[in-house]
Design a protein around this ligand. Structure first.
Ligand code: HEM
Ligand code: HEM
Length: 209
């Protein structure tokens, strides 16, 4: 049995099919998708300097790229926080990323029931479960950006780490596991939605409607 409020929320989400994200969010998402995916993939071939370690030019150059594209990622993440906290209310604002208010919680409950009936909720800017997962992923990426920013300014060129740099680098590596899980899960869910007929890719990636 659904309450009236939950029925209304489910009805709203069935109109999400046609809802596009606003332009600011779509540009910021392009920034996140490009820089964070690049950081994850380049980390597979780079090697950071360490005293006594001889790097191939590919390993050294890819680490150099990781530092500079990482700084760009820090810029995108900071811009996204400002956008979400101050400049947009719905869409990718806090109501989407952290649906903790009464209507957000009601939508989460309604969508969990939908999943128990083996139906995939629409997702989209209105939020709900997908919004919460985006919020958690965004927190993990923000932690990567914060630790990466410390490393950018403190990491010694000869790799002779201080205790502080070593601890921050360990934290950076640890959180990387969460970002990998998010990356695979997020792309997998986007493809599943698309296969089931929800036009999620066009809604977030197309810059012209
Ligand atoms: C690791 C890099 C990525 C991060 C951190 C990320 C994060 C996010 C976030 C936070 C949102 C909500 C909108 C916003 O607040 O900006 C979102 C939406 C979305 N992302 Fe990503 N994203 C990434 C990469 C990708 C990639 C590579 C794809 C391609 C398959 C993708 C597909 C989508 C789709 C389809 C939506 C909209 C979902 C819906 O309409 O419910 N993302 N992403
Ligand atoms: C959002 C931005 C960033 C992401 C997603 C990211 C991602 C990653 C990933 C996936 C790894 C490999 C972890 C492992 O397998 O152990 C890594 C390692 C590393 N990253 Fe980043 N990174 C970012 C920003 C930065 C920045 C700005 C710097 C600046 C110097 C940086 C410096 C490093 C270093 C030194 C390591 C090696 C850490 C170690 O293994 O001890 N990263 N990063």
């Amino acid at each position: 049995m659904h309450t009236g409020k939950e029925e209304e929320l489910l009805e709203q989400s069935s109109t999400a099919q046609t809802t596009y994200w606003n332009t600011g969010t779509r540009l910021l998402h392009w920034g996140l998708a490009l820089t964070v995916s690049f950081q994850l993939l380049i980390s597979l071939i780079m090697e950071q300097p360490k005293p006594g370690r001889v790097l191939t030019s590919t390993q050294a150059l890819s680490f150099e790229f990781h530092e500079w594209v990482g700084l760009a990622a820090v810029g995108v993440v900071v811009a996204h926080w400002i956008w979400s906290a101050l400049l947009t209310r719905d869409d990718s604002g806090f109501r989407h990323l952290f649906p903790g208010d009464a209507s957000g919680r009601a939508k989460l409950r309604a969508e969990l029931r939908q999943i128990l009936r083996l139906q995939l909720p629409e997702g989209g800017p209105e939020g709900g479960l997908a919004g919460l997962v985006h919020g958690l992923g965004f927190l993990a990426v923000s932690a990567m950006a914060a630790t990466g920013a410390v490393l950018f300014f403190a990491f010694p060129e000869n790799g002779a780490e201080t205790a502080l740099v070593g601890n921050v680098a360990d934290l950076h590596s640890l959180i990387a596991n969460l970002v990998w899980v998010y990356w695979y899960g997020h792309i997998g869910m986007a493809l599943l939605h698309q296969i089931l007929g929800h036009p999620v890719l066009a809604r977030i990636f197309l810059l012209r409607r």
